[in-house]
Design a protein around this ligand. Structure first.
Ligand code: HEM
Length: 185
């Protein structure tokens, strides 16, 4: 249990979550979620490598292609986006010496990226939706091959990630351009 204890409370219990500022908590959330999704991608990558060398009974052909579809998207959206967005939402206000334009928008940004990635990953996991990682017409809507429900949830997940990304862009540009109340232009 000491490993879990160190993970949750830090070395010698020195990590005190209540002492963190709202910005530090936000950044930490993005980084932790980004690393968890990175773990998903690494495990998926290892599974694909094994199957490509030698077919194993645990992973069917449908599962392999479902993994091949979700793997790049979880890597790019769930992991890379999360870590980069977390870093920039912290760095831009820090370097410009003014508060973030909207903490609320940043929270929604976090929720949408995290939930969106989980939804499309789960849709692929359950329904084996696998038009590869291209979402270009007409492959994603070939419902002779793939379950329409699985496909709809997969696309819903991606759409949520896109909305989250728009929130990020708005927040960063607004932070750069706005003048906080009582500040000189
Ligand atoms: C240690 C971690 C990783 C391992 C072991 C791994 C392994 C693999 C394997 C075995 C494939 C299938 C290659 C094929 O048959 O075409 C693959 C595909 C791919 N991976 Fe990874 N991967 C890792 C991390 C990542 C990350 C972090 C990203 C994105 C940020 C990523 C993006 C991709 C993409 C875009 C493809 C191509 C998918 C396709 O051809 O449809 N991978 N990876």
């Amino acid at each position: 249990m000491s490993f879990v204890n160190t993970l949750m409370k830090g070395e010698q219990g020195l990590f005190k979550a209540e002492s963190l500022t709202a910005m530090q908590k936000l950044t930490l959330r993005f980084v932790v979620v980004g690393l968890v999704y990175y773990l998903f991608v690494v495990v998926e990558g290892m599974i694909m490598r094994i199957v490509e060398v030698e077919q194993i009974s645990m992973v069917s052909q449908e599962q392999f292609f479902a993994i091949l579809t979700a793997h790049p998207l979880v890597g790019i959206f769930g992991s890379t986006y999360s870590i980069v967005m977390g870093a920039f939402l912290f760095l831009v206000p820090f370097l410009m010496k003014k508060p973030l334009y909207s903490l609320k928008l940043a929270h929604w940004n976090f929720i949408l990226i995290t939930a969106g990635t989980f939804i499309f990953w789960l849709a692929g996991f359950i329904s084996h939706y696998a038009p590869l990682y291209t979402l270009y017409w007409p492959l994603p809507v070939d419902f002779n091959q793939f379950s329409p429900v699985g496909g709809s949830f997969f696309i819903l997940g991606i759409a949520l990630v896109m909305v989250g990304s728009i929130f990020f862009v708005i927040n960063v540009f607004k932070t750069i351009a706005y003048t906080p109340e009582g500040w000189e232009k």
